[in-house]
Design a protein around this ligand. Structure first.
Ligand code: NAD
Length: 480
């Protein structure tokens, strides 16, 4: 059976513990590879290597750094099919999705930051004849990057690309549930002769490897994407060490549909924004609020289109919904469907596990599920489920739907469907959310600030914000 290895100081290494964890293919329920069960000793080695590589990498002309990152981007693109297959087997998402979204986005992340690094600038503040201030930005040192399992390579590269482009060296940890594409990336690094120690990838469990990264005194910046509870633990550990922290956390996103919306588009895109990637995207709209005058019409059309989504083997082209990423997560989602029933919700579509049979007979599959009849403030409508489960609720006024939308502890992404321009501006300024999509969903320009308010996180990724996060600023004041 294939054994994944840690990538430290330019080479592949077994974990010092000698222990491995099972890596499960969620569409079959079978163990198909082994992951290093690393600990703080492996993180210490990786950090030493990253520290040693830092002076040369940070001093390298940015054109040269940029070329190396472009090479990684090109190599992932060249191996797109292999990466896409690995992502699907590891994560459970449909192969067509890995091919058209996840892996192309990893390619774009490296490409984007390889070129962004060439266009950085800093400010200067003139005090007329007295003095000139200028801002000096230098890479912060060794950056710690920790990513989740829902968009494995996509989010892993979304962190390490800006960190490397800014001139930091990196100790990174992908999720233990989906380590494979990060491992393939380390193979590519070796193949192209990526400078040793600049990127180090340590595999293993969050409380062991992740926590060792977060608490390592020589890692001054932590970029984390994952659950809000984990974010809390990380903040509690890193804050007293005065580390830089970027936290991209959970969401419970409102999808608000006004009666004047383009009906067909609102229905069609809402099906996508509810169930893409099995609903396992932090940006999925899981609470759908529909203006009362079109509630019944919307419900019928939405359920009809949802029922057409085929759940099944992620390797088959006609499967629109693949496997849930892990058994534990499948059980969590089912427990929320049960909770919704106990809270008085009515399941109007789905609600059950699916057994696609054949090779997938022991996999983890759930029908796309639509629930109505719940209060906006019940647990089902307040807690993140992170699966193919949405609720439908009617509303009468803007004020009412704003209250519903802003009622959770989260504030990551909101979707608004209306043709009314004034309302668009009014609502966008009042919805507590880091991202507001109007008449669209998941339309991304990598230059824009990305991140959440309240329990959805601290700081913003994307564009120059991410590059700046990995730098330290100094003001230099020169008396003239
Ligand atoms: P998670 O918090 O369980 O794990 C994320 C990563 O943190 C994994 O690599 C894990 O091993 C590591 N980790 C776990 N415990 C740790 C600890 N004590 N110290 C350090 N590291 C630790 O999250 P998950 O279940 O992998 O991902 C799903 C969550 O991620 C959802 O809440 C989702 O909304 C969120 N998410 C947010 C965004 C965003 O951009 N805001 C994007 C994707 C996913």
């Amino acid at each position: 059976m294939q054994k994944i290895q840690n990538y430290i100081n330019g080479g592949m290494h077994a974990p010092l513990s000698g222990q491995y964890l099972d890596n499960i293919n969620p569409s079959t329920g079978e163990v198909y590879s082994l992951i290093p069960d690393s600990d703080e000793r492996d993180v210490a080695l990786a950090t030493e290597a990253a520290e040693a590589a830092f002076p040369e990498w940070s001093a390298m002309p940015k054109e040269k750094r940029s070329r190396l990152l472009m090479k990684l981007s090109d190599m992932i693109l060249k191996n797109l099919d292999r990466f896409a297959m690995a992502e699907t087997v590891d994560q459970g998402k449909p192969l067509w999705l890995s091919k058209t979204v996840d892996i192309p986005r990893a390619v774009a992340n490296f490409h984007f930051y390889a070129t962004a690094a060439l266009h950085t600038h800093t400010e200067s503040h003139s005090m007329e004849d007295t003095a000139l201030n200028y801002t000096l930005r230098t890479p912060v040192g060794v950056a710690g990057c920790i990513s989740p399992w829902n968009l494995p390579l996509y989010l892993f590269t979304w962190k390490i690309a800006p960190a490397l482009a800014a001139g930091c060296t990196v100790v990174a940890k992908p999720s233990e549930i989906t380590p494979m594409t990060a491992y393939l990336l380390s193979e590519l690094c070796i193949e192209i002769g990526f400078p040793k120690g600049v990127l180090n990838i340590v595999h293993g469990l969050g409380p062991k490897v992740g926590m060792a990264i977060v608490s390592h005194p020589k890692i001054p910046a932590i970029s984390f994407t994952g659950g809000t509870k984990t974010g809390e633990i990380i903040a509690r550990t890193a804050a007293p060490m005065f580390k830089k922290l970027s936290l991209e956390l959970g969401g419970k996103n409102p999808n608000i549909i006004f009666a004047d919306a383009d009906f067909e588009k609102a229905v069609h895109t809402s099906v996508r924004s509810s169930f893409s990637n099995q609903g396992e995207i932090c940006l999925c709209g899981s609470r759908i609020f529909v203006e009362r005058s079109i509630y019944e019409k919307f419900k019928v059309a939405f359920v009809e289109e949802t029922k057409k989504l085929k759940v099944g083997d992620p390797l088959q082209e006609e499967s629109w919904i693949g496997a849930i990423a892990s058994k534990g997560h499948k059980e969590k989602i089912l427990s929320y469907i049960q909770l919704a029933k106990e809270e008085g919700g009515k399941i109007i579509c789905g609600g059950n596990e699916v057994n696609p049979g054949g090779a997938c007979k022991n996999g983890y599959f759930i029908e796309p599920t639509v629930i109505e009849g719940l209060a906006f403030d019940c647990r089902t409508n307040q807690e993140e489920i992170f699966g193919p489960v949405v609720t439908l609720m009617p509303f009468d006024t803007e004020e009412e739907v704003l209250k519903y939308a802003n009622s959770t502890n989260y504030g990551l992404a909101a979707t608004l469907w209306t043709q009314n321009l004034s309302r668009t501006h009014r609502m966008s300024a009042k919805i507590q959310s880091g991202i507001i999509w109007v008449n669209c969903w998941l339309l991304r320009d990598l230059r824009t600030p990305f991140g959440g308010m309240k329990g959805s996180g601290v700081g913003r990724e994307g564009g120059f914000e991410a590059l700046n996060f990995f730098t330290e600023e100094r003001n230099v004041c020169i008396r003239l």
